[in-house]
Design a protein around this ligand. Structure first.
Ligand SMILES: Nc1ncnc2c1ncn2[C@@H]1O[C@H](COP(=O)(O)OP(=O)(O)OP(=O)(O)O)[C@@H](O)[C@H]1O
Ligand SMILES: [Mg+2]
Length: 297
């Protein structure tokens, strides 16, 4: 890898599903780059815009209903899209790319101690002995802002925020380079959400984990992320630095998304997003961009 080889370089990725005799274009020609260690990209989009499908594709988790999967996913120059399932499992998933799944805090195993759930991947394939695995899990509990005593607790004994921290610790156990977070705070109240966002900022700075942060909340994404991709109907209609996307949105959908947010200052009221979510079996035709609207913020 040369110094300029990006950590992740996704090029023209397509993931379509076959569903009920129709084709759902969940990821439709997506390209983006995560250049450096500690860089975070936010993927912002409404429900059904293909965010989780993109994340699953990066994790090499494709359902049986796949109708088309192509493009390239270059991780430090190596094309993951060409890897067998077995090599993906052994070399990439959790080791190099880990993920906090959407709603994961609600599917922690209720009959296993949370510490054992964090340590479990270390014990697979005899990677390490039990004592070392426990020590690593305890260290991770502390890293995500919990006490070591939490190790012996069961999921129902934890608050939502504590469970989400456990899930993040689980994703970190094999020291991945890239952490995908799929709506990690959407089930949490605003104060706990802020604490989890602070934890993510912290992990981004040290040890410098790169992140793909998936959310429907462009404000949250701009708080954490260096760059933002706006997902619409399986495409990334806009991609740029968080500041540029927020202050000078080029795409009409981004402009409407920003106009629909309440503002702290000024008298302008939020304008609801017009229309219906697009049908991904017959996605809208992409037209050339009109000249940008005046800046609204
Ligand atoms: N395994 C599958 N088979 C067929 N269609 C699927 C499958 N998984 C997702 N889809 C469809 O693909 C589209 C994109 O779904 P996806 O879950 O990626 O959206 P999302 O942006 O993550 O939405 P949300 O914000 O609600 O989580 C949707 O129309 C969904 O119904
Ligand atoms: Mg999703």
């Amino acid at each position: 890898m040369t110094p300029s080889t990006p950590l992740l370089d996704v090029r023209d990725l397509h993931l379509h599903y076959a569903a009920g005799g129709r084709v759902v274009r969940a990821v439709d020609g997506v390209s983006f780059v995560i250049q450096d260690k500690g860089e975070a990209i936010g993927v912002v989009g409404e429900s059904g815009s293909g965010k989780t499908s993109l994340a699953n594709a990066l994790m090499g988790l494709l359902p049986k209903s796949v109708a088309r999967f192509d493009g390239s996913i270059l991780l430090t120059g190596q094309d993951l899209a060409a890897l067998s399932d077995e090599r993906y499992r052994r070399e990439v998933r959790w080791r190099r790319i880990a993920m906090v799944f959407q709603g994961a805090m609600n599917v922690l195993n209720p009959v296993l101690k949370v510490g054992d759930q964090i340590a479990e991947p270390l014990l697979l394939d005899n990677r390490t002995d039990k004592r070392a695995a426990r020590a690593r899990a305890e260290q991770l509990l502390e890293r995500v802002g919990l006490s070591r005593d939490i190790y012996g607790r069961y999921p129902h004994e934890l608050s939502g925020g504590q469970k989400q921290r456990v899930v993040i610790a689980t994703a970190l156990v094999l020291d991945p380079d890239l952490l995908i977070l799929d709506e990690p705070t959407s089930a949490l109240d605003v104060s706990v959400q802020a604490q989890i966002m602070n934890l993510l900022k912290d992990l981004k700075a040290d040890p410098g984990i790169s992140m793909l942060f998936i959310t429907h909340d462009i404000g949250l994404a701009s708080d954490l992320c260096d760059k933002i991709a706006v997902a619409y109907a399986g495409e990334h209609v806009e991609f740029g630095s968080a500041e540029r996307v927020l202050l000078q949105p080029q795409h009409p959908y981004t402009q409407l998304l920003l106009a629909s947010l309440p503002r702290l200052h000024g008298t302008e009221r939020p304008r609801p997003m017009p229309g219906e979510p697009p049908d991904l079996t017959a996605p809208p035709v992409r037209l050339p961009l009109p000249p940008p609207l005046p800046v609204l913020l």
